[in-house]
Each structure stands twice: as C-alpha cells, then as structure tokens.
Design a protein around this ligand. Sequence first.
Ligand code: S3P
Length: 168
Amino acid sequence: MTHLVLVGMMGVGKSTVGRMVAAELDRPLFDSDEMIEERTGRTVREIWSADGEAAFRVLETETLVEALAEVEPSVIAAAGGVVLSALNRVVLREADAHVVWLLADVDVLVGRVRNGMHRPLLDDDPAGTLRQMYDDRAPLYQEVADAIVSVDNRTPSEVAKAVLRCCA
Ligand code: S3P
C-alpha cells in the first residue's frame, strides 16, 4: 500500500493523469500546487512575486512531505520543480512510494505549455526556458524515478492506463 507519485516537467499532464489514476484507484489526489494555494490562500504567482522562488520552494517541500506522510495511500501530482532540492529527492527515494516520471519529448512540451497563472518561470522565452530546464532536470527525474512512462503520442487516458499497468 504505497503512494503513487507523478513527477515530470511542466505541461506533461501530471495533474490530469493524476486525477484519472486517483479516480481509477479510488484514492485521494494531492496536487502540490493546489495544496500550496489552499494552504496559503494565495496563488502560486502571488507567492512567487511577493516572496520569491525560494519561499515557494520551501512550501513545495512542506506539501510534498505532508502528502507523503498521509497513512492512506494516495496519488500525488508533484510540482515540476520538486526534484530540484536534494532534500526532496531523498524524501522521494526513501518514502513508501512508487515514483513515476512522466516523460515527454521536449518539443511536445514546448508545443503544449503556456506560461499561465501558475508558471511564472515561463513568462520570458517559454520555449528556451523549457529546453534548458529539460536538460537540467532530466537527470534529477531519473534519479528519483522507479518507473518511466512516456506520454508522447498518447492521450491522457492512455497515459493513465500505462501508469496503472506499470505501477499501481
Ligand atoms: C514549476 C512548476 C509548476 C509550479 C511552478 C514551478 C517548476 O507546476 O509549481 O510554476 O519549477 O517546474 P507544474 O509542474 O504543475 O506546472
């Protein structure tokens, strides 16, 4: 009875797929960004612009730890940047959890992702930022992943089925 954690880049579909997998397994879904917004009563962008990225990252760690501490097995859609912290990576590796890296070709992400309200990092040069981010983060996602599921050429529901097949 372990948690199932989805990690991966912005725009890969963690929240959408997480919702589907949680519904199928009849488990609660914890979505990091939503947890942060509920807990603080502020949007990701408000936190980012008032307190800065570092303050946001602290909240990211707190919500990850909080979600993993739940006794009832859940599905956790972790925010894209969760792997940046070495502490978070240790927490993920040591938790009673299956960590699934949702992997997309970077060109697919570039075509899909818009900056949007909760993605201040993509305000300037979203395509270039995503490409750089992908290079920087791929080894970090790899480090925490128990399994890798490709989203390329798959609908969210096909991705959800693949996650359920491999990891539930
Ligand atoms: C971030 C990803 C976002 C959000 C914030 C930072 C990142 O979440 O937490 O904008 O650094 O990758 P999603 O992965 O849900 O888009």
